[in-house]
Design a protein around this ligand. Structure first.
Ligand SMILES: [Zn+2]
Ligand SMILES: [Zn+2]
Length: 135
């Protein structure tokens, strides 16, 4: 299903619009995604037919390619928040799901690289939950 989205970075400098069919929605636990997010996994949507338009702050998008790998992450140079990586030549778009301001219809596909997960990444769904910051 083709989805229409708006998204932005943490400081609001980078703003973008997407029309895309998300073929995959992966939670990747590899060491690069853990470093790149500072968290338990990356949460990325993948599309090969996207219309991607940066509506503000395109000049603030910086990218980093881990040497000798295909791992690439894009981020706002002002706030450091992850933003989509768009390979215009191959019409390949990777969207950090948390960068979207609109609800995602795509269902998560899978957890990847569970063999590389952090040693504290076990049964996280069983950890105590609070709706807000606890008293
Ligand atoms: Zn920003
Ligand atoms: Zn990864």
């Amino acid at each position: 299903m083709r989805e229409t989205h708006k998204g932005s970075c943490l400081c609001g400098t980078v703003q973008f619009q997407i029309q895309a069919t998300f073929k995959k929605f992966y939670f990747c636990h590899c060491s690069y995604c853990r470093k790149g997010t500072g968290s338990v996994h990356g949460s990325n949507l993948f599309s090969f037919d996207a219309d991607f338009a940066c509506t503000n702050g395109e000049e603030s998008i910086k990218s980093y390619n881990v040497p000798s790998t295909r791992h690439r992450r894009s981020f706002c140079e002002d706030c450091g928040a992850p933003v989509p990586t768009y390979d215009r030549e191959n019409n390949f778009l990777v969207v950090p799901a948390g960068s979207l301001d609109t609800p995602v219809d795509a269902e998560p596909t899978a957890h990847l690289f569970m063999g590389s997960r952090a040693n504290w990444d076990n049964h996280l769904e069983d950890v105590t939950k609070f709706e807000k910051l606890p008293e």
